[in-house]
Structures are given as C-alpha cells and as structure tokens.
Ligand binder design. Structure first.
Ligand code: SF4
Ligand code: ZN
Ligand code: ZN
Length: 318
C-alpha cells in the first residue's frame, strides 16, 4: 500500500479511513484530527493555560507531546499514588518525558495528602479500589487546575475509551451519565473546563503515534489493575469496526449531534454544589467523598471505627 498523500510506501494502515500513510503524513493526519477536535468543540482558546493529566500511559504522553507541538501552553500534572512497584517507576518515566520537551511538571502526592492508595484499599475492606482511586485522582486534577489558575484540564481519553463508555452508559440507559458525556465539558461550579482532544483517534492510532515519535510506555503497571477499563465493550466495538469501518466515530459523533441533548432534558438539572467544609472542593454534601475516604484511612490507622465515607463507589478501572 502507498501513502495516500505522498505515494511513498505506507507504514501505518488505517482501515477505518480506508487508507494508509507514511510516518510524516501520518503525523499530519494525527495533528489534523486533534486540531479538528479542538476547533469543533472550542476546547482551547488562544493563550489559555492547559493542564494535562499524565498517568505515564501512551495516551496522556502522546497528548502532551502533540499539544506542545501545536504551540499550546502545556503543563503536566502527575498524581503520585504511593503504590509499591508502580508509582515510582511512573513518576521517573514522566519526569524523563517532560524534561527534554520543556514541559513543566506538577506532582500531587496522595500519600502526602493522607491517601496512599494501598492504605485506602485496606480501609475499603474489599470494595473496589479503582473507583476510589479514580475519585481521588479527579479530585487532585480539579484542585490543581483551580489552585494553579489553569483554564483547561486535558485528559488522554481516545475514541475507544469514549465509545466503550458511551456503550456502557447506553446499555444502562443512564440519562445522567449520557447527558454529561462528551469531549468538552464547560467550566462550572468550581471545576475547570475538561477536554479530550484525542477523542477522534483510536487506541491503535495513538499507539502508532507514540511508537513513531519514540514515546515509551511506562513498564510497571498498577498491581491492582485487572485490565483496561471496559475491555469487553472495546472488543465488541472493535469487531463492529472491523466489519463496518468508521462505525465507532459515527456512533460517537451522532450521539453528540442527535442524542446528548435529548438525555439532558430527561436527566434534569444536577443537584447544587457547595464547597466541601474540609477542602473547599465542590460537592453535593457537607464534605466531599475524598475527605470521607481520608477520614476512613486516618481512623483505620488510629484503630478507630468510622462511619462509611466511601458512599457511591462504582466498579471502574484506570
Ligand atoms: S488500576 Fe488505576 S485506578 Fe485502579 S488502583 Fe491502579 S492506578 Fe488506581
Ligand atoms: Zn506520505
Ligand atoms: Zn473535601
């Protein structure tokens, strides 16, 4: 196969687009998809400061690299979780990624905040750690964005992540999640604007980009991970994509165009948020869920009983 653009031998074959590219033309394609996502959804205005959540995985690193190349004012944020055998390697890897690219890096340490993930896991007594961990990370991202005066918080969710989540929400016909899903959520109630500039690109395309740009993956996966999130849904959707190339992006874009608004009217307005009495983060209760988890960990350390602070944990993964 030849590159669609320059007719050199194609090295990246993209069945969804019924085409293939040489590396240089693939980078143009990739940048074009990111630029289109940013423009179509007004994700980043000129001069805005973007905080990119960096886990150490290929998607978040590819995103930071690409936004920097597109001239955005990018800062990385890593949430250090204190997980033996994984967290130190992730942090070292992210530092090694950011330094040569001139990307400033902020690190939020959850152990320093009374929330080392192994301790949270113990305090949860068998309930899903990934859900609590996700909540702690989102809390740290929002707080860092707010306190650092960032306009936008960007995450590396790709098309496979987004369609698998949409499929899961659709299977449950969950109006509140469906009304809230999208690649750009506006800033409101003390939360920064949240964007997913890779949402038009598949996991495979992001992996190709990372590989061709020489961006390494972190090699120490979290020991609590039971695999990627929504793995089963991703396999189903990949099968569909195989027989109907382009089905995933069509499913997602048509939902944004025709479905989301309808679910917004069904879901009604969200409960009003007020600042958490302990940490100031927006919450519907007097204190937020993360302060509840911190209290449980502290009580367990002191050998005390504490009422359940882990309400609302769902099964989710990294
Ligand atoms: S797999 Fe991800 S979400 Fe789950 S505990 Fe590990 S880092 Fe946290
Ligand atoms: Zn080419
Ligand atoms: Zn709080």
């Amino acid at each position: 196969m030849k590159c669609r653009r320059c007719k050199a031998p194609a090295q990246v074959k993209l069945p969804s687009h019924n085409t293939g590219f040489c590396p240089d033309c693939f980078f143009r394609f990739f940048s074009g998809q990111v630029a289109r996502a940013i423009k179509d959804h007004a994700m980043i205005a000129p001069g805005e400061r973007v905080l990119v959540a960096l886990s150490g995985g290929k998607d978040s690193l590819a995103l930071a690299h690409e936004l920097k190349e597109q001239g955005c004012d990018v800062t990385g944020l890593h949430v250090y979780l204190g997980i033996p055998g994984s967290s130190d390697a992730s942090l070292a890897h992210i530092r090694a990624f950011c330094e040569p690219r001139g990307i400033p890096l902020l690190v939020h340490s959850t152990p320093d905040d009374g929330l080392a993930i192994p301790e949270v896991k113990e305090a949860l007594k068998g309930r899903p750690i990934c859900s609590a961990c996700g909540k702690i990370k989102r809390h740290a991202f929002n707080r860092a964005a707010r306190e650092g005066g960032f306009d936008v918080l960007a995450t590396g969710h790709n098309l496979d992540d987004e369609t698998a989540r949409l499929f899961a929400n659709t299977l449950r016909w969950d109006a509140s999640y469906l009304s809230d899903q999208g690649p750009c959520l506006p800033a409101e109630d003390g939360f920064a604007r949240k964007i997913k500039p890779l949402y038009r690109l598949s996991e495979f395309e992001t992996a190709c980009y990372s590989f061709l740009k020489g961006i390494d993956n972190v090699v120490a996966p979290c020991p609590y991970s039971s695999g990627a999130s929504f793995t089963g849904h991703k396999v189903l959707l990949e099968d569909l994509e195989h027989t109907r190339p382009g089905a995933k992006i069509m499913f997602y874009e048509n939902f944004l165009k025709n479905g989301r608004e309808a679910f917004r009217s069904v879901a009604g307005s969200s409960p009003a948020l007020t600042p958490c009495a302990r940490c100031g983060s927006p919450t519907v209760r007097e204190t937020c869920g993360v302060c509840g988890l911190r209290r449980m960990v502290a009580a367990r350390r002191a050998g005390l009983f504490v009422e359940d602070g882990a309400a609302g944990l769902e099964d989710e993964a990294c």
